[in-house]
Design a protein around this ligand. Structure first.
Ligand SMILES: [Zn+2]
Ligand SMILES: [Zn+2]
Length: 97
């Protein structure tokens, strides 16, 4: 007698199939909006990409201190951007209501 194998292997399109980034985007709509605003502002020449403010690297990402002000950004290379997010926010932790 063989028991039927009943677990595993099913492709269910739910939260598990979402990439980490997609899940992050779902949880951070304001951040997604801010990033989109930066992209479109760059395209229109409203803001210009700068070098990393820490090390001067050219390949930079826009970092937001405040996502509700999408065009107020700091330019950071990947390494320093990561470092910026890794450190706890000093002083002004805003209550998120
Ligand atoms: Zn840097
Ligand atoms: Zn950032």
């Amino acid at each position: 007698m063989t028991e039927p194998i009943q677990s595993g292997g099913k492709a269910v399109p739910d939260g598990k199939t979402m990439s980490r980034q997609q899940r992050w985007a779902m949880n951070n709509p304001l951040a997604v909006w801010a990033h989109a605003a930066v992209r479109s502002a760059l395209k229109r020449g409203l803001i210009t990409r700068g070098p990393c403010e820490v090390c001067g690297e050219d390949q930079t990402d826009a970092h937001h201190d405040d996502y509700s002000r999408p065009l107020v950004v700091r330019w950071l290379c990947r390494r320093h951007h990561k470092a910026e997010h890794a450190k706890p926010i000093e002083g002004g932790v805003k209550p998120t209501k």
